[in-house]
Design a protein around this ligand. Sequence first.
Ligand code: FCB
Length: 411
Amino acid sequence: MTEFPKGFLWGASTSPHQTEGNNVNSDWWAREGLIPGMDLSGDADDSYHRFGEDMRLLANAGLNAYRFGIEWARIEPRPGQFSLAELSHYRRMIQSAFDLGVTPVVTLHHFSSPRWFAEQGGWSAPDAVDRFTKFAAAAAEILHDVPWVITINEPNMLAMMTMMEDAFRSGQVKEWQTPTIQEEGIADAPVMALPTPSTEYGAPLAEAHHAAREILRSRTDARIGWSVANQAFLASPGGEAKLLEVRHDWEDFYLDATSGDDFVGVQSYSSQQVDANGIVPHPPHPDNTLVGTAFRPDALGIAIRHTWERTRLPILVTENGIATSDDERRVSYTREALRHLSNAIGEGADVRGYLHWSLLDNYEWGHWAPTFGLVAVDRTTFARAPKPSLTWLGDVARANGKPVAGGERSI
Ligand code: FCB
């Protein structure tokens, strides 16, 4: 049986825009009002005020790590104007985690940027890297003792979104795509494969990551990395050459940019085939998740192996989970995923922690329907209702993964 390493981090993740509420100075808030069919984030989970309760739920269940983000749009509401009050707010979050014996894992950029940054050209503007670096320097003031910092969440997804937004703005595409929602069990249409991001859109993100890394290194004790969305691509017969091409633009470009980092974040949900024509859309299947992706807990093992082979860096699983309304499926998915993780450790991958997406049901970038949380949230009273999956994952954490390691199935 493979043991999970001593000191393994067991936790859950969230992001600011998806949980805090009223992120009115961000580009996402602006976008929600413009695109027909999108739900609004509104008050979200009101975690801006209720983060203490969220962290207590996580800690009391037995988890020992919490990944959350600090919101650039709040910290720098106007170019160059930094809010000391907001910095103290996020410092209080960090301190609350420490006080509960929970290791904070902090993300600087999780898809949302200040509205002014987007209006001035966003990641395509000539001074984008400089802007982000200045924000990182301001953030460093509150991060001195945070052990893990993620500069940019899923730069590959962010590059894809920036590319899509450019195409939307210039009229090349008529619709801004948001995740497809399908009823579990009656999924009848294949989900379109996301467009592959051109590395031209990834390049400024890599530059921003490196610049922020240097600033953070000089001012904090944090390990610095970024977290890459891994699609666990597999070649269908005849798709071997295409796989390398697609994987380069989706993943390897971003994994190679981790050279010199302290760790790499792996984010994995499902797996996709690549044939000679490219990525094959998830075929309709009754087991598909609420976002239309295939039920593939083995994706985590594929993602970890590829990331380890490509980077040889310590790995933190910074997201893994399932959009489902059936909490028993969440437990089965996670149990399987952890067995694959444990097997990858057994084969030599250096994995330091597992952070489930997500602690809370939250605003899934345009939609409220896909529920990924270990905890449900009533969106009118904001009451939190922990699901059995939270207790289950907490028990696994307390036993440092023994119940799910290397093929055992006792929990
Ligand atoms: C990832 C995002 C995260 C959440 C999950 C489901 O792509 O980083 O915010 O939306 O997917």
